[in-house]
Write a protein that binds this ligand. Sequence first.
Ligand code: GDP
Ligand code: MG
Length: 439
Amino acid sequence: MEDTEATPTAISTAPSTTTPPTTNGSRSEPGHDGQGQEHTEQRAVIMSVLDENHTHGPAQDSEGPAVDSEGPRDTRTQHPENGVHPDPQTPHCPSPDPDMSYISGADLFGYVGIEAVLDQMRRKTMKAGFEFNVMVVGQSGLGKSTLVNTLFKSRVSRKSCSSLHHEKIPKTVRIHAVSHMIEEKGVKMKLTVVDTPGFGDHINNNNCWEPIVAYVQEQYEKYLREELNVTRKRRIPDTRVHCCVYFLPPTGHRLRAIDVEFMKHLGSIVSIVPVIAKADTLTLDERLDFKHRIRQDLAANGIQVYPQKEYDEDPEESVLNNSIRECIPFAVVGTDREHQVNGNKVLGRKTKWGIIEVENAAHCEFSHLRDLLIRSHLQDLKDVTHNILYETYRVRRLNQANVDFSELGLPSSGSPLCSSLCSTLCSGIQDPSEGESQL
Ligand code: GDP
Ligand code: MG
């Protein structure tokens, strides 16, 4: 069923104004993945994009606001001689632990340099690179491949109508994973696009979500086995699906039975981001009504899509995520063609009546999706996958009495060593889906 092209192709992008992918998240511990630090300003990016859209109408900048990749420069913290000095305005936060004193800005005798850890994390991430695995699901012809190519500004997914590639609709759902190494401004990302040809393409689509559930779980299982290996790799290859973009056909009606079934079955094991495909085929009013009905159907069926309210960590994150939730599902348009608009080259779809600019928030919500997946929440998607979704899988598997340890290269399940290993692995494990998140 699984069809994976092992050798990643390398795509290197020339330096551009594009913001590097988010490399840190509040859910990640320092050092987890060795990833960096631009979370806050990149959250600001999506905030400003969404704010502009909500409060001041469409954003003017079709590329989205440019962010200085060096990070925000707060003039209050710049010292003419030694760079940065503590900010006397920093409030004293009460420490949650009564045995621990809280020392901040004004209490320090001088510049310590703790913040340099951010540069160290950045350097490590740049050296090691990181993995990001996106799955696309939806009927053929909805523009999945085109949208992925638009998102990563490269040909990372083959279009079904390409003259070189005569794709027949498979009789059952197939899983097809292709990896690419994309480099931008020295940051390397191994992107794996997991396509699911055949999904929803048949007369009888009953249970067509099953192979997809199986694939997602297989990747968790692979990761778990690597983790439990006695001689485990220093860095476990991560093939877990970090995000599933689910394409809704632009019918303008409601969710179909297949959409509800899919999202119900997958929503608890993978982060789903639903999108309205080919949104240029709907008028703005139709889009709004469709979105509203979809949100109603999601709520009525208890379907959770990313970003889930229960994972919000603080009020600031809630504000940002609420604005994203109001916008879901994103009405998107994809293309791989550039056109001249007012002397600038823009990605767009040329029609008899004008050009639909895919990165212009007045025309569609592609830029919101791009910002969410890449610029503001990429690391959060990885953190939710690792800390919540995989963790839930891991707890369930380790609690299963029939874990076959010999399969994992460990002593067989009846042995005393196995029992002690199992109790060590399972000790303190609480199902993250119950009660408080463990983050
Ligand atoms: P896939 O089978 O879902 O991967 O779909 P493809 O990406 O191969 O696209 C199928 C066809 O739809 C191609 O002719 C694309 O040019 C076209 N297409 C892709 N995205 C859009 C879109 O946003 N709007 C419109 N109108 N057509 C699109
Ligand atoms: Mg395709």
